[in-house]
Design a protein around this ligand. Sequence first.
Ligand code: CA
Length: 358
Amino acid sequence: MERRKFLQRAAALTAAGAATATGTASAADAEKIVWKLPTSFPAKAPGVGTNVTSFARRVEEMSGGRLSFKIYSSGELVPPFAVEDAVQKGTVEIGHTTPYYAAGKNPALHFFSTVPFGMNATEQVAWLRHGGGQKLWDEVNAERGIKSFYSGNSGTQSAGWFKKEITSVKDLSGLNMRIAGLGGEAMRKLGVNAILLPPPEIFPSFKSGAIDAAEWVGPLLDQAFGLNKVANICYVPAFHEPGAALCISVNLEAWNSLPEDLQHIVEEAALATSVETLAQFDYFNVQAFTQLKEQGVDFKVFPDDVVTALKQASKEVIDDLAKDNEQFKKVYDSYQAFLAPATEYANVFGAEVFRQRS
Ligand code: CA
């Protein structure tokens, strides 16, 4: 652009800006929307906490402050597992959680978090965006007056921290274990007393001996929460959480009241944050894993008979739910329709295994 034209344009923009600033300042203020945003997770924690604070920052910046959020950490405003209940009731307009924390309302929600022996993080997004997953999630949520957006993923988690080695299925019997998702139901079939404690209660319960074993997320968060200070054996990878998703859930009425451009901003902010969060987990899990190994943590894989038993038990849990629940079966069928060929594909295209070949 020529310098003269540039200066003319700059002058015009400044004049327009000044007119907006003086003439319509109060109207602009009146349009500012502030929503309550409780999260199921400690807001200051890396990964799960950064996910919500980054999302909120992006929306505020992209909207020029027209939409912002008051974030409430885990349990501060609503119980950690009741975030979507509060969104549904309209007590809050928006919330941050993982879908299966509301699985008591509808077990089909498990598929939008993670299921045992299911998809990894990238496969999950592929299914949501191209395999019909988001449409099914919208269907499930519409009944509750909610709309949810995928906002991130932990990547593959750990199966859990144990005080004693698991040498066979019988070693699991009678253990009190904190474990999330359908993996908890599978563990129950093998004699484990599976408990789903909210995130802030995991470390104190593990330390006090109220529970014998605990799974939380993976090296980054397990180290941040101090699980390695209680036990020295960590079983990996998580049979039950190959890639657990985080989400932003919005009350449908509140959603419909938003101007279209702010709706786009919320949607795009969740998507951008999802990339950042998976990168954060992928990078810092590696750092934490290396540190934990150096500190003498024993990373182990369950023996074959335990894995086989967990796989069988997981299948029974899912088949039982599909038998009694048409919607669960519909989501399961869609999930499997991508998971089966994706598994064949990963067997051939799996770069991680290939690069270790000599
Ligand atoms: Ca977990």
